[in-house]
Unconditional design. Structure first.
Length: 427
């Protein structure tokens, strides 16, 4: 018989358990994520694997043939050139049942810095898509992701979890509005052209920002986004030429290194005659050098600094979150039932195969009797009698033994499996 169905494990850290500096060290960039995923999947006892790495979390999802938390921790720390002892206190690990609940909670945006923030669901789908393309997903982990996406859709439909415009992008723009008041006289420089920057641009546009400059490695992507908001598009190397024009800078790229350094900012401040610049770095690893914060007239906020702004906007989502947790409770139960049923699949398959083989053997003997001139009645009698004996030999042996040992559990199970309910009631 096949080995037992593997179990799930999650290892990770997020904005609640680790500071930004450590999250930067342990993040996977788009350039390293593919290699890391395949490396993780090759570990002993790892049968399936997926990785999600965002500004607020890095998580490894695995289906394991046996418990091997430490080997995953060792791989994770070694991959990033750190000692496991230095990061272990910042990590969380979830066993099988906890992983199911956690995956659903993350996908339903209940575990984000911003409750109900829409980006994480898309990021989970990207992680699933990459793992599927690389062949690191199988029956169990693949099913969990698919189930979680369905639950997230139900939560969005049945609750108001996404009704309020709360996100890190919204928080950044809200903070800018607190500092500048009206934004209709301000110029914003947005660094990047991904989903977060697009959302930021929408919020700034709704606040009637005077002008936006969108800088990106790919000018075409910057131009496509700029066109929607009547903004200006530039390449990343051109930031130094335009930074002095910006009152607001919001950055969110996937660059492994900062794209805006202290020297560039100092030169821009001189041109601005010390007129201050408000900056928000939403990227992990950071897009703006941390030393920029030491400059006079620069107000630099990292993603963790937005928590207070975010907290003020969450009350309207708390009730929806409670409803979402109720939905997840029910769906975790359904998934566990499905997972437990997997152990029966191989058993049922083997039972069917054995029974069919036994039946074919007896049928061949009955056909030989017919070919030898035996009457059909005798051949059929042989067939039914022999099949009955063969089918019942093993169950009867165990039932006799169970009765001798007064094993009521096995006796009752045998009644449930082998005795017709109507027949049992009539006796």
């Amino acid at each position: 018989m096949s080995s037992k169905t593997p179990s799930l494990i999650t290892l990770g850290l997020n904005h609640k358990t680790a500071p930004l500096k450590l999250r930067e060290r342990l993040a996977f960039t788009p350039q390293t994520l593919l290699e890391a995923l395949n490396s993780l999947h090759k570990l002993k006892d790892v049968e399936e694997a997926a990785i999600i790495s965002t500004c607020n979390r890095t998580e490894l999802y695995c289906a394991m043939s046996k418990d091997a938390d430490q080997s995953i921790i060792d791989w994770f720390s070694s991959y990033h050139g750190l000692e496991s002892s230095t990061i272990k206190s910042h990590l969380y690990t979830y066993d099988h049942n906890e992983t199911i609940r956690h995956d659903m909670s993350v996908t339903c945006v209940l575990d984000s810095m911003v409750l109900g923030e829409p980006q994480i669901a898309g990021q989970m789908k990207e992680a699933y898509s990459m793992a599927r393309q690389q062949g690191t997903l199988g029956r169990l982990l693949g099913k969990l992701f698919q189930h979680s996406f369905a639950v997230a859709k139900q939560v969005r439909t049945d609750t108001a979890i996404g009704s309020s415009p709360v996100s890190v992008a919204f928080a950044a723009v809200s903070l800018a509005k607190q500092i500048f008041g009206e934004l209709n006289q301000s110029t914003a420089l947005l660094i990047g052209a991904g989903e977060t920057i697009e959302l930021t641009a929408r919020h700034l546009h709704s606040q009637k920002i005077k002008h936006m400059i969108i800088a990106n490695r790919s000018l075409e992507r910057a131009e496509n986004l700029a066109e929607e908001f009547s903004a200006e598009a530039i390449r990343l190397p051109q930031i130094a030429e335009h930074l002095h024009r910006a009152d607001i800078v919001i950055a969110s790229t996937a660059s492994p290194l900062p794209v805006l350094g202290k020297g560039t900012v100092e030169r821009a401040l001189k041109i601005r005659k010390r007129q201050p610049i408000f900056m928000v770095d939403l990227a992990v690893p950071r897009d703006i050098e941390a030393e920029v914060a030491s400059l006079d007239d620069i107000y630099l906020y990292a993603v963790d600094d937005l928590q207070d702004v975010i907290d003020e906007n969450l009350q309207s989502r708390q009730q929806a979150a409670e409803q979402a947790h109720d939905i997840i409770d029910e769906e975790v139960h359904h998934f566990l039932n499905w997972h437990r049923s997997l152990d029966s699949v191989d058993l049922i398959s083997e039972l069917r195969s054995s029974t069919q083989s036994m039946s074919q053997e007896v049928l061949n003997k009955a056909l030989k009797q017919l070919a030898a001139g035996e009457s059909p009645e005798k051949a059929l009698e042989f067939l039914t009698h022999t099949l009955t004996n063969k089918f019942l030999h093993r169950p009867c042996t165990y039932i006799r033994k169970a009765c001798e040992e007064n094993n009521r559990e096995l006796i009752n199970a045998a009644k449930q499996l082998l005795v017709d309910d109507d027949e049992s009631r009539n006796k």
